[in-house]
Design a protein around this ligand. Sequence first.
Ligand SMILES: [Fe+2]
Length: 192
Amino acid sequence: MLLLLNASFVNLIKATSTNCKNTPPQSTGPFYKVPSKIFNNDMTNNGKASGKRIKVYGKVLDNKCKPITNAVLDIWQANSFGKYNHQADLSESRKDNDFYGYIRLESNEEGEYSFNTILPGSYKVSKNLIRTPHIHFKVTNNQKQLTTQMYFKGNEMNNKDFLFKNTYNNNALEARIDQSFSNLTYKFDIII
Ligand SMILES: [Fe+2]
């Protein structure tokens, strides 16, 4: 009896200590646009885009760590030269016609999403401000919506980035390499 009570107590502690903290929000930035159609999960035009190919995957969860199914993920990023496929991007960085730069995905019944892309380039915001490589996410589910940005853990530019370094709990925004894949794969869970 005592053993049973102890076991339930341990389970209760486990259950209450499973607490997913909300992913910190980040600004939308000037280069958001609604994708004109639902794209497949490849931004690279079957590998023709310039740059280092990567895969990004993860789960959309609520703050009890429960998977959120059918969440809509709008994802956008700069190409490998640091230029967005957007009319407001007036930088002289190179365009890449094989890199679309926008996709819309839905999380599956386990809350999972994944896509293939390239490592985004960094870009200048002004003479002295440079954005570290990042990928923008807008995640929508029923009444909930989160706009945020994913960074690459280990990139030494992160801690010099004005937006990243001024974000509380910013380690939750750093995607980590998943060594269990042979191709370069980053894992990024999003809690909304
Ligand atoms: Fe950006």
